[in-house]
Design a protein around this ligand. Sequence first.
Ligand SMILES: C[S@@+](CC[C@H](N)C(=O)[O-])C[C@H]1O[C@@H](n2cnc3c(N)ncnc32)[C@H](O)[C@@H]1O
Length: 299
Amino acid sequence: MADGHVPVLFQEILGLLAPAPGEVFLDGTVGGGGHAEQIAERIGPAGLLVCADADPAMLSMASERLRRFPRVRLVHADFSDLGALREAAGGRMFDGMLLDLGLSSPQLDDPSRGFSFRGDGPLDMRRDPGAGGADAREILRRATERELADLFFRYGEERFSRRIARALVARRREEPIERTAQLADLVRAAIPRKAWPRTIHPATRVFQALRIAVNRELESLDAFLDGFAAHLAPGGRVAVISFHSLEDRMVKLSFRAQASRTAAVLQVLTRKPVVPQEEEIERNPRAASAKLRAARKTV
Ligand SMILES: C[S@@+](CC[C@H](N)C(=O)[O-])C[C@H]1O[C@@H](n2cnc3c(N)ncnc32)[C@H](O)[C@@H]1O
């Protein structure tokens, strides 16, 4: 979510998704409910909006914001669980689907969640801590140096991945790596000072990589991209906002492949990704890396 109030690229989203009265919509990443609120307004009392989030804390925040809309259903689910989401829509196909990937500000800003190098907290990073599964501490404890380097390189596109993995493994022989500030300091020290990025914290890419691994983010996106078209009504629209190149590439390739088959079911609506205007980036620096792609089901 943008700054807690104005959702990222929201005019552009509304233009491409074009929610109309009576339509059935899915917001697969409801977060604080900013986009969902705009969609609910437009589909009106005859429409139906299914909102999902894997993080129960975000769902309760969204339920406050969306309370005045009786035709909104909130579901604690991963957006890749398309069967459950369709069921929440009473089995009806969706006229529109939205994913706004990544994290929302309340998640990032809460040090106890461990997503951010600002402020100190436990290295948890699970979107749904109640669901169990390995947290970031466990990955940092168990992965080999090679596995860590690959993870930072693949998911963080971090060019100092090997140096960072080496420093991590050396440090964990002395003490467990369990806190966000500890990891941020270690990464900063492992990257040569003259190579520190100018606009982001030197640990940004490592934190991104760990978060992607902990939450299996690319697997969820892949499963969604493989399955969404079967749940979209003819003429239905899908839009995805991504925040890093790995995700954007997956969306681009999937839409393109589904639009170019002999029996194509999709038409790509965005030849190039839609990106925010300067004013939006000034208001909300997080929007700077946002890329929006959309497609329409033709049959
Ligand atoms: C950028 S925020 C969405 C902000 C929202 N569009 C708004 O206007 O407030 C992303 C949200 O998606 C959720 N999320 C990310 N990946 C998910 C997944 N695979 N399944 C379900 N929810 C997910 C996160 O927990 C977070 O709350």
